[in-house]
Design a protein around this ligand. Sequence first.
Ligand code: ZN
Ligand code: ZN
Length: 180
Amino acid sequence: MSISPHREKRIIELLQKQGSASIQELAEACGVSAMTIHRDLDKLAKAGLIQKKHGGAALAEPSPNQCAMCGKPILERTIFIVHLESGEQKRACCAHCGLIIQGHAKGVQQSLTADYLRGHILSAGQATYLLDSEMAVCCMPSALTFGSRQDAEKFQKGFGGKIANMREAVEYLRENPKGL
Ligand SMILES: [Zn+2]
Ligand SMILES: [Zn+2]
């Protein structure tokens, strides 16, 4: 038997209101058996919507979708992820914040960034950076990353800015924190 959308909504609403709830409370609120709630919670937990707790459930922690540097929401097109040796990862809204995080973090293993034009993820160390262009999609001075230098140059023709590799981009952001 699949969970009814109505019951799913009711469970989530209750958890949003209270933070957590026992199986018993949920069963009563939904007017079904504890067994049915058990099964519902299994499905909701698999879908990543809730966390099962002893005898009940709580809302799942939202996966961090805010920049660890400035708090802006993270867009797939500009995401920058710093992987640390501890296994932790810090996610940034764009290469601007990402490079700052990378510069301050200890034990950086690898950083990944998104190709602004094509959307795929690539190694930040191998990306071509377009700095301080008029394409100000996120933080200023803007730093867009591309997998190919040609793509970066195409954008530069339209929007100006300065082409750089990662090391040069880090230096640029340090020396021109407000852009030119
Ligand atoms: Zn940011
Ligand atoms: Zn940003």
